[in-house]
Write a protein that binds this ligand. Structure first.
Ligand code: FES
Length: 85
């Protein structure tokens, strides 16, 4: 099971993480039961700007910057495809 962590720190929240939280309740059918979604405190990434911008999420620890619902779903599906081609 993949672990999606959505940063709920202030910068990410203001930059769009509030909308991303809906993923926890509305994962598409093909991802249900395959992804665990949690929120977390500031990951510390918003301070150095090296990762491309908030909001940040991680998927099994790998950072995804400027996350949108579409980019998260694409990244989750790509990872599942890698694991089970
Ligand atoms: S608020 Fe998300 S990384 Fe800092």
């Amino acid at each position: 099971m993949l672990h999606l962590q959505i940063c709920q720190g202030t910068t990410c929240y203001v930059m769009g993480a509030a909308q991303l939280a809906s993923l926890a309740a509305q994962l598409p059918e093909d991802l249900r039961g395959r992804v665990r979604v949690t929120g977390c405190r500031c990951l510390g990434l918003c301070r150095d700007g090296a990762f491309g911008g908030a909001p940040y999420v991680t998927i099994d620890g790998e950072v995804l910057a400027a996350a949108t619902i579409d980019s998260i779903l694409a990244a989750l599906r790509a990872r599942l495809q890698e694991a089970h081609p």
